[in-house]
Every structure is written in structure tokens, then in C-alpha cells.
Write a protein that binds this ligand. Structure first.
Ligand SMILES: Cc1cc2nc3c(=O)[nH]c(=O)nc-3n(C[C@H](O)[C@H](O)[C@H](O)COP(=O)(O)O)c2cc1C
Length: 441
């Protein structure tokens, strides 16, 4: 989930409390998760931890002064406020909470707070009696009513010897809460079923036919769909990947297993939500053929034979089977090709009656199967203004090379757009769009 922080701009306000030292660890966590961090310190904060430490950890100069012509000539206070996707004050002293709640702008931190239009959060840290005081409680209520997120505080033993509520949350908890702020709601109310990874087609008890799919793209998509608020079922072939949080995983081995699990998941989802709210995404690299017969015992090397003939039979086409249903969900396919990538993808889109297809060139070596990166071109049936010159009758979008986690989030954005573009907020089952694709290709 921390992946949501990738490339996010976090403005961290550090105020004067004993927990200011924890901001150093927090900056590391945020940066490890891919966020860019700028730091503002109050004068009191600088009594507890040096700007030099936070500058070294954030990789940016620390901002301290409001009335500083030099600082204003660089990234001035308004620019800094606008830069922030999330402005987090951690630790937030009782004094800072009072000034933020009161709309006071008497230093750089509070002035930027008023000027910031992005997400805002505070992580209070103070003595338990200061936290329990009605003035602090009322300031927190005011901030909550304005949409400010309040992270913590935790409770336990305090630096002053007291025991109670008022401890700053740990850096790892704060980083996770920051990531939660970027959860989108693009797929709320949808059930997304995703196939991922390779399939294995048994030849005998110890051998199988398979391919190089790592499953990384499908797992990244499952995570991105869950982040976007969807219920997610991930049907995974044999891969070495951890299940993303909030994703229900079903492990399968062969193409036939994968088809069975896909049909069961689609049946259940359609029965509970209706086809218009169900999305089927086929990222799995399903084996096209399987051995016609699986030997009961290990096939032994023939003493005389230099060759071994194996008869293969066609596997079921999972994505086409789901797309051919009378109660068809929205269906998105993937095409990993080594030549004529876009042509094959457009053909697959129309032939299999898909609503969206993402294709990539796996011959490139720097993207695709085992790589952490990908680059994709996406097509969808589009008779209107979105229709591209390169592929008449189809909408087209290019996603430049990026980590698969980022590509996944971009794909979720495109998917949400296509779902919303259709009458009733879904393109699923829209015969006119599908027919148009068939006619133009
Ligand atoms: C040793 C020491 C520790 C302090 N720790 C805290 C604290 O944990 N939380 C808090 O709200 N105030 C604490 N204070 C009081 C704040 O430093 C004081 O209210 C200050 O004005 C806060 O300024 P700022 O909000 O501009 O950073 C502490 C003061 C001292 C001397």
C-alpha cells in the first residue's frame, strides 16, 4: 500500500516536541516509499533536532523562515504550499494544533498551512494531560470538522514519566496513514476479478509446459484495484509473489483450473452485484495448448529414440469464454507479443469482444515478463471523438515505461474512465460499442 506514495509530494511540518526526533525516521520511510519530502521546522522544533539532519534525510533544504527574502526568491511559502499533495504536521505540538485550529499565520508552518489546498493531516504528540485538556480536544474537533486527518496519538509510557494518550505514532504507522490518504474511490462498488501469472500444463507427475510470466503485472493491478476501492479476487497461477493487502487470492495450476476458478468467481460476483458492476481482467499468460495425455508415471528416456512426440490439444480461451457470456461483465484483456504488437492487440480486442486491451512488446527485454517495469499501449472501442488516427474506431492511450505499480495505477484510471463513459456508468454489455469494433477491424 505504501506504493501509493510513489512520486507524491509530502510537506512535513515539524514542531517543538520531544518526539521531533521521530520525524527523521518518518522522512526515511516516506522516501523509501517513493515520496518526495520537503520539511518545514518551527523555531521550537530546531531546539529538539537539527535542520541539518532533516535536510540530509529529505534531500532538500529545510524551510524555517517566513520573512526571508532569499527563501522567497527560491521556493516561496505559497509555492511550497501549492507543491504539497499532503501537508502533514508530525509531531504536532499542542501549541501548533491551537494555531492551526485558530487560523493563525505567524510563522512559515502556519502560513503554509492556510495557503495549502491539498490534503492535510496532523499527528499530535504531547503529555497526556495536555492531550486531555479541553482546549486541545476542541482544537482537534475543529480540525476534524475542516477535513484534516488526525493520526493518533498512541498511548503508553511518555518521556515525562506519565502513562496515557499523547505519544506520536511510530514512523511506520505514520507512513501507512499517509499512503491511505491517497486511496482513490475510482472503483468503489465494483468487483474486479483478475487472472495472473503463468499456467502449468502437466506432462507427467514431474514435468510441465509453462512460460516466463512472473505475475507481477497482475498482482500490481490487483493491488491498484483494491486501492481504488474495488473488491478484488486474484486468480493466480504458480508464482512467487505475496498476496496484496485486501485481495482475495485463489491459487490454480493449469489453464482448465484457471477457467473453472474464473467462471466460479464471475458467477458469484454477477449474482451478487449484477454484470454491470463486475470487471474481469485477464493478465495471465495462459498456455494455449496442453499435453493431450498426462502420463501416470514419469516418462523415461527411451534407449533407442532420439525424439519424443507429444500431442498437444488446445486449452480453453478463458477471456473469450467470459466475454461471450450473456451476462457479460466488463472485460479487459492483455496481449504480450513479440511482433506486430498493436495489430494483434486490436484484432484480439474485436475477435474476443473485449472492452479494453493493454498490449506490450515482450521482445524488448527491458519490459514485460520478469521485469519490474512495463510500457503499454491500450485500445478500446470508440466511435466518437476519442477515436485515434492510428486505429480508426478505437480509442488509444500510451503508457510510457514505468514501474509496474505505476502502470497498474494508470490502467486503473483508464479502466475507471471507460466504466464511467458508458451509459449508466458502465460500458459492460454495450452491444453498440462491441459491434462497432467488429465492423471496423
Ligand atoms: C523539553 C520540552 C519538551 C516539550 N515537549 C512537548 C511535546 O511533546 N508536545 C507539546 O505539545 N509541547 C511540548 N513542549 C512545549 C513546546 O515546545 C512549546 O509549546 C512550543 O511553544 C511549541 O512551539 P511550536 O508549536 O511552534 O513548535 C515541550 C517543551 C520542552 C521544554
Amino acid at each position: 500500500m505504501l506504493a501509493r506514495l510513489t512520486n507524491k509530494h509530502i510537506l512535513l511540518g515539524v514542531t517543538g516536541g520531544i518526539a521531533a526526533y521521530k520525524s527523521a525516521e518518518l522522512i526515511r520511510r516516506l522516501r523509501d516509499a517513493g515520496a518526495e519530502v520537503q520539511v518545514i521546522m518551527t523555531p521550537a522544533a530546531r531546539e529538539f533536532i537539527t535542520p541539518l539532519t532533516l535536510q540530509a534525510l529529505s534531500g532538500n533544504p529545510v524551510h524555517t523562515e517566513l520573512l526571508d527574502p532569499e527563501a522567497e526568491a527560491g521556493m516561496g511559502h505559497i509555492e511550497l504550499a501549492r507543491w504539497a499533495d499532503l501537508f502533514l504536521v508530525a509531531p504536532a505540538s499542542a501549541d501548533a494544533l491551537a494555531r492551526l485550529a485558530g487560523g493563525i499565520a505567524d510563522d512559515l508552518l502556519t502560513t503554509c498551512w492556510l495557503a495549502a489546498s491539498g490534503k492535510k493531516a496532523v499527528a499530535p504528540a504531547m503529555n497526556q494531560q495536555m492531550w486531555a485538556d479541553r482546549a486541545t480536544a476542541s482544537n482537534i474537533e475543529t480540525l476534524l470538522a475542516r477535513g484534516v486527518a488526525v493520526f493518533g496519538p498512541g498511548s503508553g509510557s511518555q518521556a515525562c514519566g506519565d502513562i496515557g494518550a499523547g505519544r506520536l505514532l511510530e514512523a511506520v504507522e505514520l507512513a501507512a496513514l499517509c499512503a491511505d490518504q491517497f486511496e482513490s474511490r475510482q472503483l468503489t462498488g465494483r468487483h474486479v476479478i483478475i487472472t495472473a501469472g503463468p499456467t502449468r500444463e502437466a506432462l507427467d507427475p514431474v514435468r510441465y509446459l509453462s512460460n516466463h510470466s512472473s505475475g507481477k503485472m497482475g498482482f500490481a493491478l490487483a493491488e491498484a484495484c483494491a486501492e481504488a476501492g474495488a473488491r478484488v479476487t486474484l486468480i493466480a497461477g504458480p508464482v512467487h509473489l505475496a498476496t496484496p493487502p485486501r485481495v482475495q487470492r485463489v491459487d490454480v495450476v493449469s489453464a482448465c483450473d484457471m477457467l473453472g476458478a474464473s467462471e466460479t468467481a464471475v458467477n458469484d460476483a454477477v449474482a451478487s452485484l449484477g454484470a454491470a458492476r463486475v470487471v474481469f481482467i485477464a493478465t495471465a499468460a495462459v498456455a494455449d495448448y496442453r499435453p493431450a495425455q498426462v502420463a501416470g508415471q514419469k516418462i523415461k528416456k527411451g534407449l533407442k529414440d532420439d525424439t519424443l512426440d507429444i500431442t498437444l490439444i488446445k486449452n480453453p480461451d478463458i477471456v473469450a469464454t467470459i466475454a461471450a457470456r450473456a451476462d457479460k461483465p466488463f472485460v479487459m484483456g492483455f496481449a504480450a507479443e513479440t511482433q506486430q504488437v498493436e495489430g494483434y492487440a486490436c484484432d484480439k480486442l474485436s475477435r474476443k469482444r473485449l472492452d479494453l486491451i493493454a498490449c506490450n512488446d515482450v521482445s524488448r527485454g527491458d519490459i514485460g515478463f520478469q521485469s519490474d517495469d512495463n510500457a503499454m499501449v491500450v485500445f478500446w472501442p470508440d466511435a466518437g471523438q476519442g477515436s485515434s488516427a492510428a486505429a480508426p474506431g478505437l480509442g488509444r492511450a500510451e503508457l510510457a515505461k514505468a514501474p509496474k505499480t505505476q502502470i497498474a495505477r494508470a490502467l486503473v484510471g483508464l479502466l475507471a474512465e471507460r466504466l464511467a463513459a458508458a451509459p449508466g456508468g458502465t460500458v459492460a454489455g454495450d452491444a453498440s460499442l462491441t459491434r462497432h469494433a467488429d465492423e471496423t477491424l
